[in-house]
Design a protein around this ligand. Structure first.
Ligand code: PLP
Length: 440
């Protein structure tokens, strides 16, 4: 079978996500059939290769076909593939929950599982509202989110997201959250620091809480980097202030670390950089190293305690068929093993310095604005009025063996944590070449 065979069969039978299928049919947008993956590379059916510089939509941490994760999943497959998690339990889910709890200093000690990031967000929103109900404050049913936030695409998650395109199409179906100012560091005026912007945004949050706290259940944030909204980066000072304000006004702080968790921002969890803990922590994406769908919401003793009762109606009412899937938990355990055995965070710090140096030509490109980095995420805004810039760049990058998908005119890199020096050089050099070609 050739690339063309798979491509044609896929276009007939597969409805691809977030895709205008007609662009594929007209040949405007290439569809790449992938036969195999190894390390940072994806291979098609005709021997062409692509460097996966966005970790296959932000999930892959240690490359494709990672020998250690493969071995763990294969071992688990011969023991137990899956079991119902209501009334039953299994070793991988217990061990994973214990280890995640330890990694939050024991402060977020109760793990509730689902399969996708959006489901984790739904769970956190339901838990927060139900908590206040159980505490005799059923009126707390509104949510605050940051301007430009993204928390997933199911209806509850879309309701706390602030992305125009989705609001337009599905707004009629949503329970809309109230957007408060984003601490986007790019808003700094001359002489201002990112921390100054954070303090200004926190003042906006305070005004909103002062006015509405009696009807607000929770504030949900993407700590340090707002991903799908354009890799918007901000100072940890905002999280410190948000934590204090949520405490003062009796509102939960939900940290959606679905993208930024597992080392992406330089620490295992992004909120650590602010020296705070959220009440609810949502994790997914990198949790299984990019192998299997798994998400989890971690909560405090206080939150958990509000549901612990003689009555079933006070229990948290939520379940998915594949809750706590055994294979996925085992992949997650293998992922955590790699973090510990390879001192991944320290290696990433060294890599990030080197890669940032390699990106100097991109940062200094005449059309580049606001080059920025947080941990293992690099982003730059491209000054282009071309509505097709995104598509043009995507195509030029593919021709240079790179998988890079800009968000609008924001070009970003979210590579797996295993690039060697040659791969880093290749990525940095060809990204600039693709940019020049896309702008030409
Ligand atoms: C991807 C993402 C989600 C949604 O996760 P899915 O697995 O795609 O449903 C939610 N929040 C953030 C910050 C994300 O990046």
């Amino acid at each position: 079978m050739t690339n063309a065979d798979w491509l044609n069969r896929s276009l007939k039978a597969v409805w691809h996500p977030c895709t205008q299928m007609k662009y594929h049919d007209s040949g405007e947008l290439p569809l790449i059939p992938v036969a195999s993956g190894a390390g940072a590379w994806l291979y098609d059916f005709e021997g062409r290769r692509y460097l996966d510089a966005i970790g296959s939509w932000w999930v892959n941490l240690f490359g494709h076909a990672s020998p250690r994760i493969n071995a763990a999943v294969k071992d688990q497959l011969d023991r137990l593939e899956h079991v119902i998690l209501a009334g039953f339990t299994h070793a991988p889910v217990v061990e994973l929950s214990e280890r995640l709890s330890t990694l939050t200093g024991g402060e977020l000690g109760h793990c509730f599982y689902a399969s996708d990031g959006s489901a984790a967000v739904e769970i956190a929103l339901k838990m927060s509202h139900h908590y206040w109900r159980n505490h005799g404050q059923p009126g707390k049913q509104e949510f605050l989110c940051l301007a430009g936030s993204y928390h997933g695409e199911t209806l509850g998650a879309l309701g706390v997201s602030d992305i125009g395109l989705y609001k337009e199409a599905y707004g009629a179906l949503m329970h809309h959250a109230i957007a408060v100012p984003s601490p986007d560091a790019r808003q700094a005026e001359v002489g201002e620091t990112a921390a100054d912007v954070a303090r200004r945004a926190a003042a906006g949050l305070e005004a909103m809480l002062a006015a509405r706290h009696e009807s607000v259940a929770a504030l949900i944030v993407e700590p340090l980097v707002q991903g799908a909204g354009g890799m918007v980066m901000y100072d940890p000072e905002y999280l410190r202030r948000a934590r204090a304000l949520c405490d003062r006004y009796r509102v939960h702080l939900i940290a959606d670390e679905i993208m930024v968790g597992f080392g992406r921002t330089g620490t295992l969890f992004a909120h650590e950089q602010a020296g705070i803990r959220p009440d609810l922590l949502c994790l997914s994406k990198g949790i299984t190293g990019g192998y299997l769908p798994l998400s989890v919401v971690l909560s405090t003793d206080d939150l958990y305690g509000a549901f612990y009762d003689d009555s079933y109606t006070r229990a948290f009412l939520h379940s998915h068929s594949y809750t706590g899937n055994t294979l996925a938990c085992r992949a997650a355990l293998a992922t955590l093993d790699i973090f510990a055995e390879d001192e991944v965070l320290a290696r990433n710090r060294r890599f990030a310095e080197r890669f940032t140096d390699l990106l100097v030509p991109l940062a200094r490109h005449p059309r580049a604005r606001h080059f920025r980095r947080r941990g293992m995420i690099w982003a730059v805004d491209i000054d282009s009025a071309d509505p097709d810039f995104r598509l043009r760049f995507f195509r030029e990058a593919l021709q240079r063996e790179l998988l890079l998908r800009p968000l609008g005119t924001t070009l970003y890199f979210m590579p797996p944590y295993i690039l060697d020096d040659d791969e880093a050089v290749l990525l940095a050099e060809r990204a600039v070449a693709a940019l020049d070609a896309a702008l030409a």
